[in-house]
Write a protein of this length. Structure first.
Length: 116
């Protein structure tokens, strides 16, 4: 047997001003999340592209078997050379080599490249 919750919840316990306040709060929260995504500088809608600049469309299967190119996909709006020289992009790649660590042969560099 289900409990009767109507005596605890329902319109007779809340005034119109309570509902108005709730609606204003929900609108504020929605506006905050929408505005924060705009202020964060999110990218506009874009298409992934192959190294040759051809659009990848997994829905139609067009170039779906090709890897995407960050240079072609992001480089039309962003400075790709600046991004690719950044610390998080490189993470020790310049020092990577097969003999980097004799004790741990799977470690190839001081960064996260080649590590688990």
């Amino acid at each position: 047997m289900k409990p009767d919750l109507s005596k605890h919840f329902g319109p007779k316990y809340y005034s119109r001003s309570d509902y108005l306040i709730l609606q204003v709060m929900m609108a504020f929260v929605a506006c905050f999340f929408i505005a924060s995504s705009v202020w964060a500088g999110t990218c506009a809608t874009f298409h992934l592209k192959t190294d040759k600049g051809e659009q990848i469309n997994p829905i139609t299967g067009e170039n779906a078997d090709q890897p995407y190119s960050t240079r072609q996909s992001c480089g039309s709006c962003h400075d790709y050379s600046k991004i690719s020289d950044g610390y998080h992009f490189q993470m020790g790649w310049a020092k990577a080599n097969d003999g980097f660590s004799n004790k741990y042969p799977w470690v190839l560099s001081p960064g996260m490249t080649g590590k688990f």
